[in-house]
Design a protein around this ligand. Structure first.
Ligand code: MRU
Length: 354
């Protein structure tokens, strides 16, 4: 069992270490990120993935950027310019999960808030490491609270989840997966179903792996089997994570989530989203405004590296879709459960009501 899939090694000129999630469940290998291009590559290629985890990686990426400036002996003005340029590379590494830009911008704001005067880049690096660690620690606590609030509302009976929302995807126990594991740790016993989550199999490779590591029985199904499973009545509730939630509650999450929400509604099964407040983007009114990442065709035509479509076939590969708020029974946050999912309720629970 991996307590954390990301860790910082050494002082502010050290490096970021992360579990290469592309290799799971076959083997656990760590990637050492000593420069920003390595962090950006790890985010783009999903070696680190999951909205909160890429936010944390982005924050530590800012420390890596500062470390580059320290090692190059840059004076403050050049070092600042270097860090800010790297901030943009980090924030734009993936477009859909808002946590990435949120975390990088929080680090930039922390630089802006430093006392006026010339601070050596080493001082900036120290401050950025403290900020990144704070983001990481906060996420750990948020996961705990989400797990607790979610376990209290999770319907009794089988649970179906999509993608991976556990320790690998966050700085703590997870979001949707923490809801499941917290309910399990409370002594409740129920069937856990995990959609395999094509095309990159985060459900089969990562969620099932995390649950097996914890000794929680899990049943993996093809995404296309979800409708039939729901029809059998073996699932009392669905719970998934989120990459971005807009002011009206529309939720971007892993491709396939929208179809699952429609199936859940058709079968009268409550559909919950679990996410920290850092996943909300209240600057957007609705899910139509969320940028949806399109990924390369090989992920579809060559699943797990094996050719599954003829040479010359094209592929449609959006990494995320948007589930409209009306299909979501409740959004489980660290502050409590937003139910019903309305703009007013969202603002009230997040404490942003004007
Ligand atoms: O492309 P991925 O694997 O980064 O997508 C991850 C998801 O869609 C998760 O469900 C979401 O980020 C929530 S993680 C707690």
């Amino acid at each position: 069992m991996i307590p954390t899939s990301l860790r910082w090694v050494g002082d502010a000129t050290g490096h970021l270490k992360l579990v290469d999630q592309t290799l799971l469940p076959a083997r656990i290998a760590w990637v050492a990120c000593h420069d920003v291009p390595t962090v950006v590559e790890a985010i783009k290629s999903l070696r680190v993935r999951g909205a909160p985890a890429i936010g944390i990686a982005g924050a530590y990426g800012m420390v890596v950027a500062a470390g580059e400036a320290v090692r190059a002996g840059m004076p403050t003005d050049k070092g600042m310019a270097h860090i800010l340029a790297r901030a943009e590379d980090l924030a734009t590494a993936r477009p859909t999960a808002v946590n990435l830009r949120w975390a990088v911008e929080r680090c930039v704001r922390a630089i802006d808030a430093m006392p006026p005067g010339t601070i050596p880049v080493r001082g900036i690096a120290d401050m950025l490491l403290a900020e990144a660690r704070a983001i990481h620690d906060e996420d750990r606590r948020l996961c705990e609270a989400i797990g607790r609030h979610g376990a209290d509302v999770l319907p009794h009976g089988g649970v179906l989840t999509h993608c991976n929302t556990g320790a690998l995807a966050t700085g703590g126990a997870g979001t949707a997966l923490a809801v499941i594991t917290t309910a399990w740790d409370d002594g409740r016993r129920f069937e856990v179903f995990a959609d395999e989550t094509r095309p990159l199999f985060q459900g089969a490779r990562l969620t099932a792996w995390e649950l097996v590591q914890r000794g929680i029985p899990v049943t993996v199904l093809c995404d296309s089997a979800a409708g039939h499973l729901l029809k059998t009545g073996r699932v009392a509730g669905c719970v998934v994570g989120a990459d971005r939630i807009t002011a009206n509650g529309d939720t971007a999450n892993k491709i396939g989530t929208y179809a699952l929400a429609i199936l859940a509604e058709a079968h009268g099964v409550p559909f919950y989203v679990a996410a920290p407040s850092s996943t909300f983007d209240l600057s957007l009114d609705s899910g139509d405004q969320i940028p949806i990442e399109e990924r390369g065709s090989l992920e579809v035509t060559h699943p797990l590296g094996t050719p599954a479509a003829p040479e010359g076939a094209f592929a449609f590969n959006p990494a995320f879709d948007v589930t409209p708020a009306r299909l979501i029974r409740g959004i489980i946050t660290e502050h409590g459960v937003i139910e019903p999912v309305t703009p007013d309720r969202i603002r009230a629970v997040l404490g942003t009501a004007s």
